[in-house]
Design a protein around this ligand. Sequence first.
Ligand SMILES: Cc1cc2nc3c(=O)[nH]c(=O)nc-3n(C[C@H](O)[C@H](O)[C@H](O)COP(=O)(O)O)c2cc1C
Length: 245
Amino acid sequence: MVYSSKILSLSQYPVGISGHHPSIIIRYNTPAENIFFGSRHTIAFTLKYPSLKLKTMKVAILLGSIRKGRQSHKIAHYLQNKLQEKGLTVDLIDLLENPLPMLEERVGMHPALPEEVQLLSNRLHAADALIFVTPEYHGSFSGVLKNTLDYFNSEFTKKPVGVVTVSAGKMGGINAANQLQQVILSIGAFALPTKLLVPEVYGAFNDSFELTSEYTIKSANKFIADYCWLAEAIYQKKHQLSSSL
Ligand SMILES: Cc1cc2nc3c(=O)[nH]c(=O)nc-3n(C[C@H](O)[C@H](O)[C@H](O)COP(=O)(O)O)c2cc1C
């Protein structure tokens, strides 16, 4: 349980008051039980508001590499394992296993939406937070990822998205990452400022797919910490809002 303490004036909040002076019991319009004690006017109290557990959050990792001999799937699986260790539910959407045709029309506008698009739409809708994993190809992110993103819209709205890019060279796909963050804004989602860049990917993992690059392990730890912070903040905000409607 996480609790926050606040000093509030009663007039600021839509509360009901029962009980008698000097103790006042306020029933606050949240799913949480809240009992406060104080004077009638300005009340100093501890707001008991249980933190919504990160564990109930669902994350979808969209893997945008389908190349023969690809490497980007390694970091996608690594992140899946790390997030699952934290207790999160993770859906790894591998576009190699879930290919979509080249876009002819979007969800909601297509006269005969392919079934695989609808299935992917459902999986994306089910996610509270997303991670996009892509290689850098010709100074940008992969075409297969862009084609997939273009099908959807409401599936991404107001969701946090972490960007993970992969390269064979030393730059870790920084161009792809910067461009993908811009696209994330265009799809109405929130791009996590911290990017996870995976340079020299061919030497970063051992034969058992374990991450051995100290540099990338450190980067991944920071990325995961920042990602969970943002994702949890947005998740809590949405659930507080829906519970007060
Ligand atoms: C078509 C193509 C274009 C590439 N362009 C770049 C590039 O612009 N910058 C870069 O750092 N690496 C580039 N690379 C190297 C990739 O980053 C490297 O192959 C990496 O492994 C790609 O991820 P993948 O194995 O999942 O496909 C390119 C590779 C391919 C196949």
